[in-house]
Design a binder for this molecule. Structure first.
Ligand code: ADP
Length: 680
């Protein structure tokens, strides 16, 4: 595995893994929370429901116990009535009406019998409220004698009354009912007088004794211990669920079960307030959970987006080639990007937290930079276009930079420091240097070309002063040949004049040579204050050289009062020469007077104080087609032209901060003009 993947990829993969694990744990926590809440809610609902069921069961049990109590009391009261009947009856005649009255009072009684001590019937009466039992003789449907004997024996044993097991008695019409006999002992002191037998209708018993309140809501039944239903009263409302309460109803000699059944009153979904409340709360809780989960999901999404934006910003910062540096209000470095670190060669921890002087300040500039920073911190706004400065790399090398600084404004709008973008200008400087050198070489070759062109003119022109010199010299020699007999009319003054002419012509020839020499030589380029006239005079001999050959008049207007120009004079001289040469060449073919005017004056307002040089000719003028390409390098209309003159002129003038322009001249010709700064 390469160092790159070890240091770059692995941590990224690890971070992703960790983030995934985090997310997994978070989801698991949510799952556990949901499970706990769900279980809690289920238990709550179950408990509430159970509680309600218990409550219903409890009420039913209580009602059942109450019913048993009522029944017991009723039976006890009936026993008392029987006792009353026994005590008041002496014969069958007075027993029967009293018995009938009792049957009228107790509708649960089907039959009353009075027997003597030997169980022989004395009197018997059936309730008029019931249809007769099957058969002709009602007595024959009374309890079988065997059972009567057993029940009464049991009553005697118990010393009062005993109930027989219930049995089913059929009536006419196919209906029947469960009946139960009671045998009560009638005695006076210890003497057994007889027995009272009562046949109870179990159904009637329930009907007569239980208040409708019980039987409305539930059904009450007598059953045997094994569950066989004997008599039922009332009808339970069928609910979703049937509740049952059983109560053993103990009677002397017999045991029954009192069974009460009740349906649940309310539907199951909202059984009662408590369950409803718990259900409502559960729904609210689940809703809150759902909302929370949604909020959580949104938050996660926002987090992911934020992380992505952050990663994008980081990647952007890291891939920037511009150095970024942030400083707080005290001038301490708070942030540097990788490009800045690469530029200065320091690690981020070597820079962050550093104050004045910064490690990348060259010691020789530290003082100046410190002052500049103090001004900045004092609140002055930095220049928008940036400023150039020199920084030092960790290895001590200096390099030029462009710093563009802006106030660092926090999201709350507070000014918290300064943010600087730093550009390394090393490469740019090198390119500028290269272009300058090539420009100079180009100018030199253009100058050489001009000189080549001039060489023939020069040889011709030099012939003139040389011929003049030679003829003056010959004349002088003639004057001086014979000291004693000078030619008639000749004086020493003539000789002096001739010598002066010789010197003049020699000077002129020298000037011609010098001006060419000056032009060709590449002097160190330095700007200086130069008088306009000096510039004109430097090129004038060469201009006049050509003018004379072409029959052109050269006029010069250059007042001595003009201020001096701030320029590199060889360059400006070449510009003047080029313009003058072009003007003369334009006039070569035209008929009529040919005048070349060189003029220097102050540039007209509204320009700042400047000098304005014009070179006007009365040549053929510049057509539209030529005008469009005038300053294009290598554009020429001449057979031997190079087409570099005007483009170089413009470059030179612009380098001097001036402008080169041309305009037609009336009635004929062209005026080229350029401006130059005045020396301070
Ligand atoms: P060259 O003189 O070598 O041709 P220049 O750049 O000096 O190159 O001039 C380019 C062209 O501009 C010339 O060929 C000529 O056609 C035109 N030109 C320059 N000066 C004048 C002028 N004063 N009058 C007319 N045409 C001119």
């Amino acid at each position: 595995m390469s160092a790159f993947s070890l240091h770059g990829l692995r941590p990224a993969a690890l971070a992703r893994l960790r983030a995934l694990r985090h997310a997994g744990r978070r989801w698991r926590l949510w799952g556990v929370l949901l499970l706990v809440v769900g279980v809690m809610l289920a238990v709550l609902v179950w408990l509430a429901r159970n509680h309600e069921i218990d409550e219903v069961q409890r009420v039913l049990d209580r009602d059942n116990a109450d019913a048993a109590q009522v029944l017991r009391q009723g039976l006890a009261r009936r026993l008392q009535d029987l006792h009353g009947l026994a005590s008041t009856s002496t014969s069958a005649e007075d027993w029967t009406p009293a018995a009938l009255a009792l049957l009228d009072r107790h509708r649960d009684w089907l039959r009353l019998e009075w027997r003597d001590a030997a169980l022989r019937p004395l009197a018997a009466i059936d309730s008029p409220y019931y249809p007769a039992f099957l058969g002709d003789d009602s007595a024959s449907h009374a309890m079988p004698e065997q059972e009567v004997a057993e029940t009464c024996a049991a009553a005697r044993k118990l010393g009062g009354a005993a109930y027989a097991d219930s049995r089913f008695a059929r009536r006419a019409g196919g209906v029947g009912e469960e009946v139960m006999e009671l045998c009560m002992v009638v005695q006076q002191g210890q003497r057994l007088l007889g027995y009272m037998l009562v046949t109870y209708s179990l159904g009637g018993l329930l009907d007569a004794m239980l208040a409708p309140a019980y039987t409305q809501r539930q059904s009450v039944a007598f059953t045997q211990l094994d569950g066989t239903r004997l008599a039922v009263h009332g009808g339970a409302r069928r609910g979703a669920r049937l509740f049952v309460s059983q109560h053993v109803f103990d009677l002397p000699g017999n045991a029954l079960v009192l069974r009460m059944e009740g349906g649940r009153q309310t539907p199951d979904v909202l059984p009662n307030v408590m369950t409803a409340l718990v259900t409502g709360l559960s729904i609210a809780l689940v809703t809150v959970l759902v909302l929370l989960a949604r909020d959580f999901r949104r938050r996660q999404q926002a987090e992911a987006e934020l992380a992505e934006a952050l990663a994008f910003r980081k990647a952007m910062e890291n891939s920037l080639v511009t150095g970024l540096r942030a400083r707080d209000l005290q001038g301490r470095i708070t942030y540097v990007n990788p490009a800045f670190c690469a530029m200065v060669g320091f690690e981020p921890d070597e820079l962050v937290g550093q104050s004045v002087p910064s490690p990348y300040w060259p010691p020789e500039h530290a003082h100046e930079y410190g002052q500049r920073q103090a001004v900045r911190l004092a609140g002055d706004a930095p220049p928008r276009e940036g400023m150039e400065s020199v920084f030092m790399r960790k290895d001590g090398t200096r390099f030029p930079v462009l710093i563009i600084e802006a106030p660092l404004i926090s999201t709350l709008g507070k000014h918290s420091g300064w943010m600087g973008a730093v550009l390394d200008l090393t490469a740019q400087r090198r390119a500028e240097e290269l272009s300058r050198a090539s420009q100079e070489r180009l100018q030199a070759s253009a100058r050489l070309a001009t000189v080549g062109e001039m060489a023939s003119l020069m040889s011709h022109e030099l012939n003139q002063p040389l011929a003049a010199i030679s003829s003056y010299a010959t004349g002088s020699l003639n004057l001086l040949r014979d000291d004693d007999a000078p030619p008639p009319g000749a004086t020493l003054a003539d000789v002096r004049t001739a010598l002066a002419r010789i010197a003049e012509q020699a000077g002129r020839a020298g000037k011609v040579i010098n001006s060419v020499h000056d032009l060709v030589r590449r002097r160190a380029s330095t700007r200086q204050a130069v008088a306009p006239r000096a510039l004109i005079e430097a090129v004038l001999p060469l201009v006049q050289l050509q003018a004379r050959k072409l029959g052109i008049t050269v006029r010069v207007h250059c007042p001595d009062t003009l201020p001096r120009a701030w320029c590199e004079h060889t360059m400006i001289e070449q510009v003047l020469l080029n313009l003058a040469r072009n003007g003369m060449q334009a006039m070569a073919e035209v008929p009529g007077p040919r005048v070349l005017t060189l003029r220097v004056g102050a540039a007209p307002a509204p320009h700042r104080p400047q000098l304005r040089f014009t070179v006007a000719d009365t040549g053929e003028g510049i057509g539209e087609e030529v005008g469009r390409q005038l300053f294009t390098p290598f554009f020429t209309t001449k057979a031997e032209g190079m087409g570099l003159g005007l483009s170089l002129c413009r470059t030179v003038i612009e380098q001097h901060g001036g402008a080169l322009a041309y305009a037609p001249q009336a009635p004929r010709g062209t005026v080229f003009s350029f401006t130059l700064a005045i020396a301070a």
